[in-house]
Ligand binder design. Structure first.
Ligand code: PLP
Length: 408
């Protein structure tokens, strides 16, 4: 079921098509944060009523996020300020375990958040190997990955979806290959998570990061890790906190309490999308896995026609080159669509969209290495139009009209 009415920011005439940078927030998320701050804003575990409520909120958010990624019983979700910071914490924990000869595979296609923290392990004696893209398409090959893997590989880090190309990588297949040689797999799921349900149980990857502020929630990040993978590491939190006290051992200073309240506030949104009988009254503890999956299936169904319209119109414009798959199949890509024009520069096109009251952006999107590999100047980079489930075909048409008239 459509959910535009739940997002106050969408009531305006302005069109948000910069969702890969950050999504809008439904009122239920904002209300949950406000409620927490005005009623339950205190330290956890002190034993008085407001503290008990705050403790329950933080625990509920963690349980909900474990279910959100389908990781219940397999591992825990660590919450932090961003995916970048969580991946750095993880890489730092791995740094202490690196021995000379260990190899780390990083992927040229991804956002720098899941690259730089791993290449830094070179200073600890690791050898860095690059999973390179096809320079013409930006795509990856599993055969190339198989050639890089060996018994020396400790870690494979890559993005599930490139935040520039929108292309979906086969996480299960890449994980299978890496696990055959005993490597750990760290997936950046930031550009996937706003569009499809995360399923770490099906994919069997060891770590999976995403940004909750791109999935209709507060500005935070989540990192799922499997119990057996965490067991190889020492978490960074204080020495008197036991290693098996997950996720707290990795949550320096704890997770944002009001952010946790906001995460619980996602349940009504999912309830409406999934047509759950409780609808907007659905609580986080009652938002079960089938509801989460149904909600994301509804998002995919809402987003796919908008994705098709954007691709159809943009690819038909003279001089436009889509950077990423031209195929609108939702199994191949999400609605994060980048392009360049052979004559008009990206800044001019973004300004034309802004004048038509549409927010998009241009640049390298922190996929700096991908741009270089594809021979695209990181600045001004590409123009990126990114839709999610609440965008409409009329909005796709508005941005396309603005771009088309500028190109002419
Ligand atoms: C694919 C991808 N990975 C990682 C990040 C970084 O996320 P965060 O802002 O939570 O650190 C982004 C942000 O745009 C992204 O698109």
């Amino acid at each position: 079921m459509p959910t535009r009415h739940l997002f106050p920011a969408l009531a305006d005439d302005f069109v948000f098509l910069e969702n890969a940078g950050g999504s809008q927030v439904p009122a239920c998320v904002a209300d949950a944060i406000r409620h927490h701050l005005l009623r339950d804003c205190c330290q956890l575990g002190a034993g008085y009523p407001a503290s008990d409520r705050a403790t329950a909120t933080v625990e509920r958010a963690h349980r909900f996020m474990d279910r959100f990624v389908n990781g219940e019983g397999l591992g825990r979700v660590v919450l932090g300020s961003s995916s970048t910071s969580l991946l750095h914490v993880l890489a730092h924990a791995y740094a202490a375990t690196i021995e000379p000869g260990d190899e780390v595979i990083v992927c040229e296609q991804g956002h720098e958040a899941n690259i730089g923290c791993w290449t830094a392990l070179e200073a600890r004696g690791a050898t860095i190997r690059w999973w390179r893209v096809d320079p013409a398409t930006g795509s990856l090959s599993l055969d190339d990955l198989a050639d890089l893997l060996s018994s020396r590989t400790r870690i494979l880090a890559f993005a599930h979806v490139s935040n520039l190309l929108g292309e979906i990588v086969d996480v299960a297949a890449a994980t299978r290959l890496a696990h055959e040689v005993g490597a750990r797999v760290v997936v950046d799921g930031v550009a996937f998570a706003p569009h499809r349900a995360i399923d770490v149980a099906a994919w069997t990857c060891d770590f999976y990061a995403w940004s909750t502020y791109k999935v209709y929630g507060p500005h935070m990040g989540g990192l799922f890790g499997r119990f057996d993978a965490f067991a190889e590491l020492r978490g960074p939190n204080h020495f008197f906190i036991p290693e098996d006290e997950l996720p707290y051992k990795y949550e320096l200073g704890g997770a944002s309490h009001e952010g946790c309240a906001g995460l619980c506030g996602l349940a009504p949104l999912l309830g409406v999308l999934a047509d759950h009988p409780a609808g907007v009254d659905l609580g986080a503890d009652d938002c079960d896995r089938p509801t989460i999956e149904a909600a994301f299936e509804a998002m995919t169904a809402l987003e796919t026609p908008v994705q098709a319209r954007l691709l159809d119109r943009l690819s038909a414009m003279p001089g436009v080159r889509i950077i990423g798959p031209g195929n609108a199949d939702p199994d191949v890509r999400v609605a994060t669509i980048s392009f360049v024009h052979d004559r008009v520069d990206p800044a001019t096109l973004v300004a034309a969209a802004r004048d038509a009251r549409v927010g998009i952006r241009h640049g390298h999107m922190y996929a700096h290495r991908l741009c270089t590999a594809m021979d695209i100047e990181p600045e001004p980079g590409v123009v990126r139009v990114s839709a999610v489930h609440y965008n409409e075909i009329a909005e796709a048409d508005r941005v396309c009209d603005a771009i088309e008239s500028t190109i002419r």
